[in-house]
Write a protein that binds this ligand. Structure first.
Ligand SMILES: Cc1cc2nc3c(=O)[nH]c(=O)nc-3n(C[C@H](O)[C@H](O)[C@H](O)COP(=O)(O)OP(=O)(O)OC[C@H]3O[C@@H](n4cnc5c(N)ncnc54)[C@H](O)[C@@H]3O)c2cc1C
Length: 427
C-alpha cells in the first residue's frame, strides 16, 4: 500500500473515531451533505423522508432501508375485510420515493446498528454511515404470548396485524365462515398498535357476515383488558347493526386465554372451551421492531423511550424514534400519530443538521373507525412535549347521539385523511 493511501486511511479512521466521540456535532465534513439513514418505510419513516426532501435544495443524503418491496397499509385494512376497500388500493411500492432528489432506497433488512461508529449494517453486508438515524421499524409480534400459538400457526390462526399476505388470508377465512360458524378474536394487551383496531375489525367482520346473509354466525372477542377505546360507541353500533352477533368478554369474565390449538381450532379460557371455531384471529402482545430492541434503544417495556421535545431516543441523541416503536406518551400508536411524530422529528433533524433554530414541537392524532356503511366514529387529541412524555392538551370523541349525516361526514374525513397520508408517503 502506498504511503499516501495508508495515511489517508489512517486519517479517515481517526476522523471516524472523532466523529463517534463528538456526540452531536453537525457533520464534520463541511463539503459533504449530512447523511440521514431511515429504517422503515411506513408512515413514520416515509414522512420524515418526505419532510427532509421538502426542505429543498437537495440538502441531505438520505437512505431509506426497507425490507419489503411493497407496503400494504394496516390502516384502512379493516375496511378491506368489510368489503369497503380493495387490497390493491391499499398497496403501494417505493418507485417514486426512490426517484426523489437525494434519496436512495435499499430494499434490504437492517441487520444491526453500530451506534459507536454511527453505521447501519445491512443483511447484504453494506454499511451505511449516518449523522442522524431515524428508527421507524414499527412493531414485532410476540409469538410466545399466546400459549399454543406460533409463527407457524399464523397460517391457521392469522393475526393480520401486519399488512399484506396476512390481511388477504384473514379476508379469505372470513369469507369461508359458514352460517352458524364461530369467530374467536383474541385481542391484545396494551400497548399495541391501533387501540380501536380490534373493535373496528369485529364490526367489519360482522358487516361481512351480515351482507353475506350469515345471520347465525357469531363473533366472540376475548380481551385481556377491562375496557377499550371508543367502547360505548362501538357497543351501541353493535347493538344497532349486529344484535346478538358480537360478544365482548373482558379478562375478568373469561379468566384469561389459557391456550389455543390450531389443529382443532380450539381456544381454552379460564371459564370456557371454544372448540371447532371457524376462524380464530390471534392479535398477540407487541413490542418495538427487533432492530430497535437489538440496537439497545428499548426499555423494560420493549418500546423506545424518547425525549418529547425532540423525538430523539433517550439512549442516543443521534437516533430519532418515530411511530409504533416509540413510547408516545399520551398518544396512541397509530399511522396518524406516526406521521405527526415524523414531522416533528424531521423539523428537529433539519435544525440540527443545518444549524437552524430549535423548533417547538406539537402533535396531533385522530383515529377513525367504521362500524357499518357510512357510520364512522372518531377519537383524537392535540399534544405537546413535557419533561416526562408527549402530553395530551385537548381531546375529542364522537357523540353517541350524532346524526347519520355527521357519521357520514366523519367517514368522508377518514377517506380524505387516508388519501392525503398515502399520497405524502408514496406519490
Ligand atoms: C388492523 C389495523 C388497522 C389500523 N387502522 C388504523 C387507522 O385507521 N388509523 C391509523 O392512524 N392507524 C391505524 N393502524 C395503525 C397503523 O397501521 C400503525 O400505527 C402504523 O403503520 C405505524 O407506522 P410505523 O411507520 O411506525 O410502522 P409500519 O407501518 O409498521 O412500518 C414499518 C416498516 O419498517 C420495515 N422494517 C421493520 N424492520 C426493518 C428492518 N430491520 N430493516 C428494514 N425494514 C424494516 C417494515 O417492513 C415496515 O414496512 C391500524 C393498524 C392495524 C393493524
Amino acid at each position: 500500500m502506498s504511503a499516501t493511501r495508508r495515511d489517508f486511511l489512517k486519517g479517515t479512521a481517526m476522523l471516524g473515531a472523532g466523529l463517534a466521540t463528538a456526540r452531536l456535532a453537525t457533520p464534520a465534513l463541511a463539503q459533504a451533505k449530512p447523511k440521514v439513514v431511515i429504517i422503515g418505510g411506513g408512515p413514520g419513516g416515509l414522512i420524515v423522508l418526505r419532510e427532509l426532501v421538502n426542505a429543498g435544495a437537495n440538502a441531505f443524503d438520505i437512505t431509506l432501508v426497507e425490507a419489503q418491496r411493497q407496503y400494504t397499509t394496516c390502516f384502512y385494512s379493516n375496511l378491506y375485510l368489510g368489503g369497503f376497500q380493495r387490497i390493491e388500493t391499499l398497496t403501494f411500492d417505493y418507485g417514486i420515493v426512490a426517484k426523489l432528489p437525494g434519496v436512495t432506497v435499499a430494499h434490504d433488512l437492517a441487520a444491526t446498528v453500530d451506534r459507536q461508529r454511527r453505521e447501519v449494517v445491512l443483511q447484504g453486508g453494506a454499511r451505511l454511515p449516518y449523522d442522524r438515524l431515524v428508527m421507524a421499524p414499527g412493531i414485532d409480534l410476540d409469538y410466545g404470548s399466546v400459549p399454543g400459538w406460533s409463527a407457524a400457526a399464523e397460517e391457521r390462526m392469522p393475526h393480520a396485524w401486519k399488512g399484506g399476505a396476512q390481511t388477504r388470508l384473514l379476508k379469505s377465512q372470513i369469507e369461508a365462515v359458514p352460517d352458524g360458524g364461530l369467530i374467536v378474536m383474541i385481542a391484545p394487551p396494551a400497548p399495541y398498535r391501533c387501540p380501536p383496531g380490534p373493535y373496528e375489525r369485529a364490526s367489519m367482520m360482522a358487516w361481512a357476515l351480515k351482507t353475506a346473509g350469515k345471520s347465525k354466525a357469531r363473533i366472540v372477542i376475548l380481551d385481556p383488558k377491562e375496557r377499550f377505546s371508543k367502547q360505548g360507541l362501538f357497543q351501541a353500533g353493535w347493538e344497532k347493526y349486529y344484535p346478538g352477533v358480537i360478544e365482548w368478554l373482558p379478562q375478568s369474565i373469561h379468566g384469561g386465554v389459557q391456550s389455543v390449538d390450531p389443529a382443532t381450532m380450539t381456544v381454552v379460557t379460564g371459564f370456557e372451551t371454544y372448540a371447532g371455531a371457524a376462524l380464530v384471529n390471534v392479535i398477540p402482545r407487541q413490542t418495538a421492531g427487533r432492530i430497535a430492541r437489538e440496537a439497545g434503544l428499548t426499555n423494560g417495556d420493549n418500546y423506545c423511550p424518547i425525549d418529547a421535545f425532540t423525538m430523539a431516543s433517550r439512549m442516543d441523541p443521534a437516533v430519532f424514534v418515530v411511530g409504533d416503536a416509540c413510547i408516545p406518551g399520551d398518544m396512541p400508536k397509530s399511522a396518524f400519530s406516526a406521521a405527526s411524530q415524523a414531522r416533528a422529528a424531521a423539523s428537529v433533524i433539519r435544525a440540527e443538521l443545518t444549524g437552524g433554530a430549535k423548533p417547538a414541537l406539537e402533535f396531533a392524532n385522530t383515529c377513525w373507525s367504521l362500524i357499518a356503511a357510512d357510520d364512522s366514529v372518531k377519537i383524537g387529541g392535540a399534544y405537546a412535549p413535557s419533561e416526562a412524555k408527549i402530553t395530551e392538551r385537548s381531546a375529542f370523541l364522537s357523540k353517541p347521539d350524532e346524526s347519520a349525516e355527521v357519521r357520514r361526514d366523519t367517514y368522508a374525513e377518514s377517506a380524505a385523511w387516508y388519501g392525503e397520508l398515502t399520497a405524502a408517503m408514496f406519490l
